[in-house]
Design a protein around this ligand. Structure first.
Ligand code: NAP
Length: 323
């Protein structure tokens, strides 16, 4: 049997939470890298990474991690990317590819690019895959399978470097798309950031109902509310940074959303059943389109076990639905 050649000799992962640890596990499973170096901010996380054993070496500093690396992927909250770029800049190998996994791309480009030396290829990326869990234990090798990974190379990016990073994500199972950082941020504002904001709001509102939440709302939580609570359990640091970093696009989408809520409010108040029916028919068709595109399962979800959860008895064929 022929052995696949690794795409990169040496990769460095800065940050080994859900995403960083999943990249390490997937890269190892697919032989996409010869050597995987990992580091994390805290000694506790680094110790856990050693115990879990998904990296070949765990080092204490970001500078040590990037030394001689052909690919560096920064897997930390977007608000911290600028400082890390400043720290690693002087230690990068000429010709290395530097990337990230942040959920916002414009701010990452703005904060990281000025600190990276000439001769290093900076290609920001966002794997649109995740769960509501965090930390090195939460990752798994199949996280990116059949999920999109969006690359946002700057205008004059080296085509060969973009191609190599594309090959890496493809080896991890992802489908790769390329777009500008601004376009990414606008698209993700509506498909991911606004839904998270709505989930954080609705779960917070229900919680403020106090008495009801602790009894009936939790006890009878059905599909709608239950799904919101899962999304609203996502990492607070990550999402704080996402809303601060993608402020303009989120505010734009929030404005449109508020207008639509007002229109539905009016239809309910006026008893305009036709308007409600027409709106719900349109949204049902959107759901059908998402299933047809393979972005979700058509199986009815009446509290079915979610395959990506650690204690799920099911395999993980369509695991990830946060990002
Ligand atoms: P995570 O599980 O919470 O892990 C975060 C990692 O970043 C940890 O290793 C943490 O180190 C490190 N870190 C945190 N703050 C830091 C700082 N100020 N400086 C340096 N390192 C720091 O997070 P994640 O879910 O992997 O998310 C990482 C990135 O992926 C974020 O930019 C996020 O936007 C993006 N992303 C997330 C998802 C998702 O669904 N979760 C999906 C797609 C993309 P310690 O453990 O030592 O604190």
């Amino acid at each position: 049997m022929s052995q696949k050649a690794p795409i990169f000799q040496r990769i460095a992962l800065i940050g080994t939470g859900l995403i960083g640890s999943s990249i390490a596990r997937a890269a190892r499973a697919q032989s996409a890298a010869n050597t995987i170096i990992a580091t994390a901010r805290s000694a506790a996380t680094r110790k856990r990474v050693v115990e879990l054993g998904f990296a070949d070496q765990v080092v204490d500093s970001n500078a040590a991690a990037v030394k001689d690396a052909d690919l560096v992927i920064v897997c930390i909250p977007v608000g911290a990317c600028g400082d890390v770029a400043k720290e690693i800049g002087p230690h990068l190998k000429p010709g290395a590819i530097v990337s990230d996994v942040g959920s916002v791309k414009g701010s990452v480009l703005r904060d990281m690019a000025p600190h990276l030396p000439k001769g290093v290829h900076f290609i920001p990326a966002h794997p649109v895959a995740g769960t509501e869990y965090s930390g090195p234990d939460a990752g798994f090798a199949e996280l990116f399978v059949d999920r999109w990974c969006i690359l946002t190379p700057p205008e004059k990016a080296d085509a060969a470097a973009v191609q190599k990073l594309t090959a890496f994500w493809t080896a991890l199972g992802a489908k790769v798309e390329t777009m500008t950082a601004d376009h990414h941020d606008l698209v993700l504002a509506i498909t991911s950031h606004l839904p998270h904001l709505i989930a954080y709001t609705i779960v917070g509102t229900a919680d403020e109902l106090g008495q009801v939440t602790r009894s009936e709302v939790l006890q009878f939580s059905a599909g709608g509310f239950r799904d919101f609570t899962r999304i609203a359990a996502s990492d607070p640091t990550m999402w704080r940074d996402v809303f601060l970093a993608n402020k303009d696009a989120v505010l734009e989408m929030l404005g449109r959303f508020n207008e639509d809520v007002s229109a539905l409010t009016k239809a309910i108040r006026k008893g305009d059943g036709d308007a409600l029916f027409e709106h719900f028919t349109r949204t049902r068709a959107i759901r059908k389109g998402i299933v047809e595109l393979g972005q979700d399962s058509s199986a009815p979800d009446f509290g079915r076990p979610h395959p990506h959860l650690p204690d799920s008895p099911l395999p993980r064929p369509y695991a990830a639905d946060n990002e």
